[in-house]
Design a binder for this molecule. Structure first.
Ligand SMILES: Cc1cc2nc3c(=O)[nH]c(=O)nc-3n(C[C@H](O)[C@H](O)[C@H](O)COP(=O)(O)OP(=O)(O)OC[C@H]3O[C@@H](n4cnc5c(N)ncnc54)[C@H](O)[C@@H]3O)c2cc1C
Length: 501
């Protein structure tokens, strides 16, 4: 019996496959499409996932040729601009990358690490018992100890596992197109006066005009109504543009046309027995920018826990923390994206006044920082463990600059191998165990799998940080450290004194 079957080779399934393979498993990805998808869905990643990709040493490669990677100077929140210029330490990070390229690179990484991707293989049935999950496939049948549904918003796995997906469906349809040619411009030349890059509002809907790469214009039309019965045609797209702005636009040759109706949904559970959900299979957000951040960080959360349980390091109870930690994060993303939709939709002069007033408030640093943290996910704190918990426990680890025996390092560089790291900041640089942190390390003698790094840091936030493979601090401080290490990782870090000398 295989260890883990992942259903769906979208970004979340592929991220999960890479993380599981990094942890030493050989996951299998079952994907119904015979070929990788070329659908230009997401244009980028925003939030903590960018930091996590940095932890894995993937950021440089994914950023190659990217229009932007770093802290953005601004971001739209329900069409109200957040202006970060002048605030260099705002948490939000952004990486522009087209979804097909993201999927290609994640697939390459997963396969290089030992994952197998079986394309043209649709999951049609599912049954589970005490030992494992049996999946019926278009190509036969397979069995694994765990299955993860990363099969998107229409998830078959979710339905077969009997997990409800409550929420709402929008009453507006968005037609989206990519067209060959530069963005029409100057915009003053267009047949309709006053059109500008970005969203344009009219009494009958909204028109988006933008471009994220040279030679490709992106146009979107949002209006009340249902999607067309069949695929969107150029004629249908032009008619929608006319309904919204009352005129035709010179759009160029269509490269890709689609229509979507936004949904706001959250799975009732993230787990049914040995079956888990992640990504769009678990949540759909009605406004853009958060889906991949939440979905791909979910994959990282689940991967190390599954690997630790399957390798017998910790009891299976650790897997319960997946839903406990991640469903509230998705719930919060759902709430903020719903709020964005309400802001966008608020009609007429009342709506314009509301957006203008919030625009004034968002110019103040505190609300700006609050929203940046919300969009990024840096306000996430996994349930803190009682009074003894240090403020960093349960938080994503800060990217501290460190002096180690190997030279100057950032915390992110210690996380390449996807293993727990015990960062001891008490006595300055010392021998790093087992190092180097650039591959899959063997287990330490005695069953320890925690990398121990002794380092100096200008302003240590705690004496010791015990960092989980997904970048969250399992424990900060020395008091209670050994218990935390046993609880999360089933072992105590070797070679570390529990109390200062
Ligand atoms: C136009 C558009 C723009 C977007 N822009 C952004 C953006 O800028 N930023 C952002 O974060 N998000 C964006 N999103 C959302 C983002 O694309 C999705 O959140 C993302 O694709 C979800 O990834 P996933 O891996 O969970 O699911 P999916 O990408 O949907 O992948 C699911 C995979 O499962 C396969 N599958 C389905 N059923 C089965 C089955 N029964 N058996 C086997 N395989 C199956 C499918 O073929 C598919 O390959 C956008 C979406 C759209 C439509």
């Amino acid at each position: 019996m295989d260890d883990v079957m992942i259903v769906g080779a979208g970004p979340v399934g592929l991220m999960l496959a890479g993380e599981l393979a990094l942890a030493g498993l050989r996951p299998i990805v079952l994907e119904k499409r015979p070929e990788p998808s070329e659908l230009p869905k997401a244009n980028g990643l925003g939030g903590q996932i960018v930091e996590l990709l940095d932890h894995r040493g993937l950021l440089e490669r994914l950023s190659e040729g990217s229009g932007f990677a770093g802290r953005p100077p601004g971001f739209p929140f329900g069409e109200v601009p957040l202006r970060f210029a002048g605030h260099d330490d705002m948490p939000l990070r952004l990486l522009l990358i087209q979804q097909p390229r993201l999927e290609r690179l994640l697939a390459e990484r997963a396969e290089q690490l030992g994952a197998e991707i079986r394309r043209g293989c649709e999951v049609t049935g599912l049954a589970q018992d005490a030992e494992g999950v049996t999946l019926e496939l278009s190509t036969g049948r397979t069995r694994a100890r765990y299955a993860v549904g990363c099969d998107g918003g229409h998830s078959t796995v979710r339905a077969l596992a009997g997990i409800g997906f409550p929420g709402t469906t929008d009453d507006e349809v968005l037609r989206l197109g990519h067209f060959a040619g530069d963005a029409p411009g100057p915009f003053e030349d267009l047949p309709v006066q006053g059109l500008r890059p970005g969203w344009n509002r009219t009494p009958t809907g909204r028109l988006l005009l933008t471009s994220l790469q040279p030679g490709v214009l992106i146009a979107g039309v949002r209006e009340r109504g249902a999607p067309p019965d069949g695929p969107v045609t150029m004629e249908d797209f032009r008619a929608a543009v006319r309904r919204v702005i009352g005129a035709d636009l010179p759009l160029g040759e269509p490269i890709w046309l689609s229509s979507t109706v936004a949904q706001a949904r959250l799975a009732e559970r993230y787990r049914a027995g040995r079956v888990f959900l992640a990504g769009d299979a678990a949540h759909l957000f009605p406004a853009g920018g958060s889906a991949l951040n939440v979905g791909m960080t979910e994959a990282a959360n689940l991967a190390w826990k599954l690997a630790a349980v399957l390798r017998g390091r910790v009891p299976a109870g650790l897997l319960d923390t997946y839903e406990g930690e991640r469903r509230p994060v998705a719930g919060r993303a759902l709430a903020q994206t719903r709020a964005q939709v309400a802001l966008e939709r608020a009609p007429g002069e009342d709506g314009a006044a509301l957006r203008a007033l919030l625009g004034e408030l968002f110019a103040y640093e505190q609300p700006l920082r609050h929203l940046a943290a919300l969009l990024h996910g840096s306000d996430t704190r996994y349930p803190p463990e009682g009074e003894r918990a240090h403020p960093l426990t349960g938080r994503f680890v800060p990217d501290l600059r460190l002096s180690t025996v190997g030279g100057e390092r950032r915390v992110a560089e210690l996380m390449r191998a996807g293993r727990p790291v015990l960062l001891d900041l008490r006595d300055g640089p010392g021998e790093a165990l087992p190092g180097p942190h650039d591959g899959i390390g063997p287990d330490l003698p005695g069953g320890g799998w925690i990398d121990v790094v002794r380092a100096r840091c200008a302003e240590p936030p705690a004496d010791v940080l015990l960092i989980r493979p997904d970048g969250y601090v399992a424990w900060a401080g020395t008091d209670g450290l050994a218990e935390a290490a046993r609880e999360w990782f089933g072992t105590e870090p070797l070679g570390v004194r529990a109390t200062p000398a």
